[in-house]
Design a protein around this ligand. Structure first.
Ligand code: APR
Length: 242
């Protein structure tokens, strides 16, 4: 019974998304380009050591990503829209945990979102940990609003070696959910790579939707290969009509 993807069998869905859900909007994934992220080695632009070594390059990198995000051409795709529709129309609770730092789930209308790896439109004071929303570029010269000093602000992004945000809440949602989706993530970065198995151990039905098979595919109850923007709209409609 549990294996029937029929909405009346479920009360709480947890959805994990990764870079693949935003790929059809034109945002590059992390691992599909010879290990380079927008022509940079991931460890140079996504680690505390990289920031210490060359802060200007790191500020510049995230300023460019933010500019790209705010460009009028960048829009949520059919995958984001289908997930927002699922949340709006599902009779139970939906929690979306994303590894993405873009705001395309928000733009699509998704409400209950946890950004476990941070957000491009936020910056954080290194001294007070206060978080500010920003659409502007910032760097080492920018005065921090709380301490009025330069060299205090950093991107509010979780870098390698740092602990993802909201882990207690995510653990709770994983232990309470009865249906888990993993969408557009290669499953190579922990702890997110473990979420499917945690949900399954707690009794949830687990479903992966990804363009390519991943190392985790054998552990899911169902693995659907295809682009999120093509698979999700009919999948969500069928689920909601079931
Ligand atoms: N639809 C579905 N899946 C897709 C699509 C698509 N249109 N396009 C690509 N994919 C899949 C790829 O096949 C790949 O398996 O999405 C996955 C993207 O994997 P990664 O690039 O590794 O991205 P992600 O899993 O989100 O990375 C996790 O790594 O660098 C860190 O913090 C960063 O949040 C990021 C984390």
């Amino acid at each position: 019974m549990k294996h029937d993807l029929n909405q009346k069998n479920f009360q709480h869905i947890v959805i994990l998304t990764g870079a693949g859900i935003s790929a059809e909007s034109g945002i590059k994934t992390f691992r599909d380009h010879n290990g380079l992220w927008e022509n940079h080695r991931i460890e140079d632009v996504a680690s505390p050591e990289g920031f210490e070594r060359d802060p200007s390059m790191v500020y510049n990198f995230y300023n460019k990503r933010r500019e790209q995000l705010l460009s009028p051409d960048l829009k949520p795709n059919f995958g984001h829209l289908a997930l927002a529709k699922l949340e709006k129309n599902f009779h139970g609770k939906t929690t979306l945990v994303t590894q993405n730092v873009d705001n395309l789930h928000e733009s699509a209308g998704q409400q209950n979102i946890i950004h476990m790896h941070g957000e491009l439109l936020k910056m954080r004071c290194l001294t007070t940990n206060e978080v500010f929303t920003t659409e502007q570029s910032f760097d080492g010269q920018t005065l921090c609003a709380c301490c009025q000093r330069p060299n205090q602000l950093r991107p509010h992004i979780v870098w390698f070696g740092e602990v993802p945000f909201s882990m207690d809440r995510i653990q709770l949602e994983l232990s309470n959910c009865d249906l888990f989706f993993s969408i557009g993530t290669s499953g190579q970065v922990y702890p997110a790579a473990m979420f499917g198995q945690i949900a399954k151990q707690n009794g949830a039905l687990t479903v992966e939707i990804n363009k390519d098979p991943t190392e985790n595919s054998p552990f899911f109850d169902k693995s659907i290969i295809g682009k999120a923007g093509e698979i999700l709209p009919p999948f969500v409609d069928n689920f909601l009509n079931s």
